[in-house]
Design a protein around this ligand. Sequence first.
Ligand SMILES: NC(=O)c1ccc[n+]([C@@H]2O[C@H](COP(=O)([O-])OP(=O)(O)OC[C@H]3O[C@@H](n4cnc5c(N)ncnc54)[C@H](OP(=O)(O)O)[C@@H]3O)[C@@H](O)[C@H]2O)c1
Length: 151
Amino acid sequence: MRDLGADTVIDYRTQDFEQLLTGYDLVLDSLGGENLVKSLRILKPGGKAIGIAGPPDPAFARKAGLNPVLRLPIAGLSSRIRQQAKKLGVSYEFLFMRASGDQLRQIAALVDDGVLRPVVGKVFDFAQTPQALESLAKGGLRGKAVVTLPA
Ligand SMILES: NC(=O)c1ccc[n+]([C@@H]2O[C@H](COP(=O)([O-])OP(=O)(O)OC[C@H]3O[C@@H](n4cnc5c(N)ncnc54)[C@H](OP(=O)(O)O)[C@@H]3O)[C@@H](O)[C@H]2O)c1
């Protein structure tokens, strides 16, 4: 992990990141729930937690073009976490990814330049796609599961 650029490495199975970290500007949360609540508490005032596991926020409901009747309950899903964030003087934002060739090109350039180094956990033939998905669902794979296409 240090080789990839991490200054501090925490093993979530044996350590609680909330007890070890404080005063951060930004947290990228991919788990949600209690992990997101803890993430708010390690931010410094004005900091932001961005979550991909949810809950969705009002900006997402607006950008998704939902009608006002649907927007309200969708935005309501995150009202508790947004209130908790407000109390701490920080903010929460939901990020919903969309396919973007332009972003992928920028990421590919960063990989080519060695700025980003993807870690490949296991390579599967195309015919082994079900096993690749099974392996992801099971967890414990260190790195990406890559499926190769037949030449
Ligand atoms: N908003 C969006 O656009 C968007 C897009 C894609 C995915 N998602 C959502 O984002 C979430 C994450 O997706 P994913 O594909 O990354 O899931 P994933 O493949 O299940 O990966 C979860 C990762 O989190 C690790 N982990 C598990 N418990 C942890 C803990 N307590 N602390 C730190 N790390 C922990 C796992 O490690 P181990 O391998 O050790 O178990 C694994 O590496 C899902 O809820 C998914 O639905 C949202």
